[in-house]
Every structure is written in structure tokens, then in C-alpha cells.
Design a protein around this ligand. Structure first.
Ligand code: GDP
Ligand code: MG
Length: 246
């Protein structure tokens, strides 16, 4: 059995997709300790292994500030997942890809579900999915969860992706922050961190959860950044956010 996690911003159609994929197998419960819905179910197709689907809470970021963010983040980092299905609202791609840039840093198998393509077409727009796929280096599948369009394609791509290793990469590696990213990643790799790139970038962002796990590395990184004259006084979390959008 494979496990796929549906991750994305609120209102991108995750639950609609979840319901279309899992039908009568869907179960609703709560995430431990909080009153946030947890939906799990199975996707069955004749040519595929059974796939357990988990509908993660809607989030804008993998930061530690809201219960939804903490639930989604700990699920992605602590549960064996075969593929992340990143559900985005294709009518508002720019905003949605902010989270995508963070998910890509985990290095887990991942596909991008361009949802609400019916809405895109209705506006007379189109999306260059091939170009997006080249840039993100993950499969991109155009779907409509509402109209149940292309869902078997999405699952086929996700199953294929789950069978391959994926290297983590980050948009920040091609920005002036690249030296910090490389340094942080190297430090955490030495510590045996499973998500060294993701956690390394979280350290640069001064992320509370990662700082608690790696206090020593956090201090060393802060020194490394301070000693670099080009970045004196720069607000790192803010810079990172603007590079992600860029
Ligand atoms: P979630 O917050 O990500 O779980 O999003 P929901 O599944 O609750 O969907 C949010 C809204 O988007 C609902 O009104 C859905 O009917 C609508 N929606 C979901 N998928 C599609 C789609 O493919 N096309 C269109 N036009 N609307 C959709
Ligand atoms: Mg939902």
C-alpha cells in the first residue's frame, strides 16, 4: 500500500479531490489533540496498488505558527509518505506556488495538481504546464477535482513519481542566499538530518521548531551570516519570502 498526502493552501480543492478519489472509503476523524478534521481513505484502480490518501489541513506555509501548519509539517516530516500531491488553485498560481517552493525542499516524491483548470479555461486562460514542469522538476497534471477531470492521470503520475528518488532542491539556491543555504544544509547533513535542505533553510528563517532541534547549528549559522558583510542587518525571514515569490 502507498501513502499519498494532499497538501496545499486552503480552498484549493483538496477535500473535493479527496472525496472524488476515495468515495465511500473516506473516514473523518480529528488530528491528535486538536479539533482539526483528519480525512483518510483509499484510492483503488485496477492497474494500481491500493493508495491511502490523507487530506492535510490547508496551509500557506510550513512555518510553525498555526495548528494547521504544525499538523501538516509534522505529518510530512514524520510519516513515511510515498508522494506529496501538491494541490494548487490554477486560477491563482503565483500565490499558491509560495508553499510549493517549500514543499520542494523536502525532497520527497511530489506531483503538482493544477486544480480548477475548468475555471482557468472559462476565463479564456491557459497554463504552460510543460514549462512549469521543467522549472519545478516535478510532474504537473492539469485537473478539475469538481468535474473529476484527469484524476486517473494524476494518480498514475503520482504512482510513477513515488517509485523514483527525488533530490531536494530550492529556489533559494539560485539567489544571493545560496552560500547560507549550502552552509546550513552541510551542517545539518553532518548531524544526520533527513531533511537537511528543508531544515537548513528553516534555520536561516529563524524557525522556532528547527532552532529547538538544532540549537548549536542555529548559533553557528547566525555567526556565519553575521560575518558575511553583504548581509549585515538583513531581515532573513523577509528576504527568503521575497525570493520565494520572485
Ligand atoms: P480545500 O479547502 O482545499 O479542501 O478546498 P475544497 O475542496 O473545500 O474546495 C473549495 C471550493 O472550491 C469549493 O467550493 C469547491 O467546490 C471548489 N472547487 C474544488 N475543486 C474545484 C475545481 O476543480 N473547479 C472549480 N471550479 N471549483 C472547485
Ligand atoms: Mg478541505
Amino acid at each position: 500500500m502507498l501513502t499519498f498526502a494532499l497538501a496545499g493552501n486552503p480552498n484549493t480543492g483538496k477535500t473535493t479531490l479527496f472525496n472524488a478519489l476515495t468515495g465511500s472509503t473516506a473516514r473523518v476523524g480529528n488530528w491528535p489533540g486538536v479539533t482539526v478534521d483528519k480525512r483518510e481513505g483509499e484510492y483503488n484502480a485496477p492497474n494500481l496498488p491500493t493508495i491511502s490518501i490523507v487530506d492535510l489541513p490547508g496551509i500557506y506555509s510550513l512555518s510553525p505558527y498555526t495548528p494547521e501548519e504544525r499538523i501538516a509539517r509534522s505529518f510530512l516530516l514524520e510519516t513515511p509518505i510515498d508522494c506529496i500531491v501538491n494541490v494548487v488553485d490554477a486560477t491563482s498560481l503565483e500565490r499558491n506556488l509560495y508553499l510549493t517552493t517549500q514543499l520542494l525542499e523536502l525532497g520527497l516524491p511530489m506531483v503538482l495538481a493544477l486544480n480548477m483548470m475548468d475555471g482557468v479555461r472559462e476565463k479564456g486562460d491557459s497554463i504552460n504546464a510543460e514549462r512549469l514542469q521543467e522549472n519545478l522538476q516535478i510532474p504537473v497534471v492539469e485537473i478539475s477535482a469538481l468535474k473529476a477531470e484527469n484524476l486517473p492521470d494524476l494518480m498514475d503520475e503520482a504512482v510513477k513519481a513515488s517509485a523514483k528518488k527525488r533530490q531536494s532542491h530550492s529556489a533559494l539556491e539560485s539567489t544571493p542566499l545560496r552560500d547560507f543555504v549550502a552552509y546550513a544544509k552541510e551542517q545539518l547533513t553532518k548531524k544526520g538530518a533527513r531533511f537537511a535542505l528543508f531544515e537548513g533553510i528553516k534555520l536561516i528563517e529563524e524557525d522556532k521548531i528547527t532552532l529547538e532541534s538544532y540549537p548549536q547549528e542555529g548559533l553557528q549559522l547566525a555567526d556565519f551570516i553575521r560575518e558575511n558583510p553583504a548581509y549585515k542587518g538583513a531581515d532573513m525571514p523577509c528576504q527568503i519570502a521575497s525570493y520565494r515569490y520572485a
